[in-house]
Design a protein around this ligand. Structure first.
Ligand SMILES: NC(=O)c1ccc[n+]([C@@H]2O[C@H](COP(=O)([O-])OP(=O)(O)OC[C@H]3O[C@@H](n4cnc5c(N)ncnc54)[C@H](O)[C@@H]3O)[C@@H](O)[C@H]2O)c1
Ligand SMILES: [Zn+2]
Ligand SMILES: [Zn+2]
Length: 353
């Protein structure tokens, strides 16, 4: 088969690779019908994650068709179509039982790490993929849900929803702000309707992304973070000017997390989604008195059913994240387009076989 293979810092290629085989009785082998590229894949490509081995197939998102099933697989049969979760959950360990599948203790890939696809084991940017723990790591595609929508349930929608909205404690009638209108921030904005957010304020520098946030991703308002009075603008949009109920951070740099604290009301919550590469200083002397909560975490991808329900019921349009489409043999072009997102305005690129 053909696959997108990582060969060390700055070196990936679309090349011939041996077909995957069943290694454990809970595995299935799938034909990858649709996949996409994540910012994390770009980090691996750049060499930011040197633990990834030379020869690894990248990718942790996909929709596919089952070609072969291991003897202990109960829920799936050859020919079934499914969404592949970015997290491989054994379903049996303490963490999986608690819904913290991102810390799955099974030794598959690496003990204590649930996200192993395209990282510790071969991933989904290939014609075929081996999927471990099929019974607990695949989602059935409801009727009426297209592959382009389904593939967003692998990673991007659960990241925005679980870490931003659900763990942020967003509830009916809330006013929320999302700092960062990239794919992750937009995923948080659009899925906030599942929890009944009333007012959704998008904050970014990029006017194009702010416009899109309002047009297609459920934001009711936007504020340009470059405006000197950005904070006052946000406060003016909240009840009594007291601040938002929940502020989601979806960038991953110190200033945006600090800015979240500047716009929440007493009793509110800051939900950090961004991956930080440096320590962040928080003025605890100022904020301790405000009865606020700070949450953070790695996606578990356990809310797939809920997200698929939202897509099916028309609560949000996941396909709006798709900006470009490629055939699988044009994988390298898809990577170039996604890497140059500033020029190409790429959000999610869809790759189909
Ligand atoms: N927690 C998790 O499980 C998880 C999973 C996936 C990604 N992430 C993280 O989520 C973050 C966002 O990912 P993405 O793919 O959407 O990134 P992105 O780079 O596409 O988008 C970030 C956006 O933030 C904006 N921005 C930058 N500085 C800003 C500032 N000072 N104020 C306001 N806006 C600013 C940019 O203009 C851009 O639109 C990253 O840190 C990523 O690593 C976390
Ligand atoms: Zn990802
Ligand atoms: Zn587990």
């Amino acid at each position: 088969m053909k696959a997108l293979v990582y060969h060390g810092e700055g070196n990936i290629s679309w090349e011939e690779h041996p077909d995957p085989e069943i290694l454990a009785p809970t595995d299935v082998i799938m034909r990858v019908d649709t996949t996409t590229i994540c910012g994390t894949d770009l980090h691996i490509w750049k060499g930011d994650m040197p633990e990834v081995e030379d020869g690894r197939i990248l990718g942790h998102e996909g929709v596919g068709t089952i070609l072969e099933v291991g003897e202990d697989v109960k829920e799936w049969k050859v020919g079934d179509r499914a969404i592949i979760s970015c997290v491989s959950a054994c379903g049996k360990c303490e963490y999986c039982k608690k819904g913290l599948t991102s810390h799955c203790m099974d030794p598959e890939g690496a003990e204590g790490i649930g996200w192993i696809f395209g990282y510790m084991i071969d991933g989904t940017q290939a014609e075929k993929v081996r999927v471990p723990f099929a019974d607990t790591s695949l989602y059935r595609i409801p009727e009426g849900v297209m592959d382009e929508q389904g593939v967003m349930v692998s990673d991007i929608l659960p990241t925005g929803y679980e870490i931003g909205i659900r763990d942020g404690g967003v509830k009916e009638g809330d006013t929320i702000a999302v700092i960062g209108a990239g794919p992750v921030g937009l995923a948080a904005m659009m899925t906030s309707s599942l929890n009944g957010a009333k007012r959704v304020i998008a904050i970014d520098f990029d006017e194009n992304r702010l416009e899109q946030a309002k047009e297609k991703f459920g934001a009711t308002d936007s504020v340009n973070a470059a405006d000197e009075d950005w904070r006052e603008q946000v406060l003016a949009m909240t009840d009594g000017g007291l601040g938002v109920d929940v502020a989601c951070e979806a960038v991953g740099v110190p200033v945006t997390l600090q800015n979240c604290f500047k716009i929440i009301r007493p009793g509110g919550q800051v939900a950090n989604i961004g991956v930080h590469g440096a320590p962040v200083e928080i003025e605890m002397n100022k904020y301790w008195i405000m009865n606020i909560r700070l949450s953070m975490g790695l996606v578990n991808a356990v809310e797939g059913e809920r997200l698929l329900g939202g897509i099916k019921d028309g609560k949000f349009e996941a396909e709006n994240l798709v900006t470009h489409r490629f055939a699988m043999e044009d994988m390298m072009e898809a990577y170039e387009t996604f890497r140059n997102a500033k020029e190409t305005k790429a959000m999610k690129v869809i790759i189909t076989q």
